[in-house]
Design a binder for this molecule. Structure first.
Ligand code: GRF
Length: 190
């Protein structure tokens, strides 16, 4: 059984979706959720499924061995970032080559990088009058949103679409795409 760690900073709808996806799996399970935000909605979502949650602060995050030890002690094989807003530590990226995924609510390489998250992305899409938008799941490297792309799914944007509609479409696509990408990762077929 492969052990998955999820990192999230916010509401955690993607985290919960992944937790549910692996609840009855004989291949993998979500073993722990890490968050940098003691107020994050993801905490209650994880606790609903009795998944342990580790809340950490900036100082712990910066220590080389804090996360490494946490991940090692829990025998983590794969890491899924689901709305995690801090740059992922380089020592962990090196320790888990091609074993860390992130989901980004845009068609990378468009609308990626620091500050490009949530509504900032969708406002830029609307301002630029794009008629296609979508979601990317990519491997994590040492830069924000720049790792190799694993899967993308696109959808049409109409000039009359507003942020709320785009957020709903993104959510729908993410719900389908992230479990699919995670399955590819853990099957080793990537
Ligand atoms: C998602 O849109 C994801 O693509 C992005 O952050 C958002 C997290 O939402 N990286 P949630 O916390 O999973 O609800």
């Amino acid at each position: 059984m492969k052990q998955i760690a999820i990192f999230a900073s916010g509401s955690g709808s993607n985290a919960e979706n992944l937790i549910r996806h692996y609840l009855n799996s004989d291949k993998a399970k979500v073993a722990v959720v890490f968050t940098n935000n003691a107020q994050a909605g993801v905490i209650a979502r994880a606790e609903k499924y009795a998944i342990p949650v580790v809340v950490f602060n900036r100082d712990q995050y910066k220590q080389d061995n804090f996360l490494e030890t946490e991940l090692e002690n829990r025998h983590i094989d794969y890491i899924l970032l689901a709305g995690f807003l801090w740059l992922f530590p380089i020592n962990i990226v090196r320790k888990y080559p091609h074993k860390i995924l992130n989901i980004h609510p845009a068609l990378l390489p468009k609308y990626g990088g620091k500050g490009m998250y949530g509504e900032h992305v969708h406002r830029a899409v609307l301002t630029n009058g794009d008629n296609i938008h979508g979601v990317t799941v990519h491997y994590v490297n040492e830069n924000f949103d720049e790792g190799e792309i694993l899967l993308q799914q696109r959808f049409d944007v109409a000039p009359t679409d507003d942020i709320q509609l785009i957020l709903r479409k993104i959510h729908e696509v993410e719900t389908e795409l992230y479990p699919k990408a995670a399955d590819i990762l853990i099957s080793g077929d990537n």
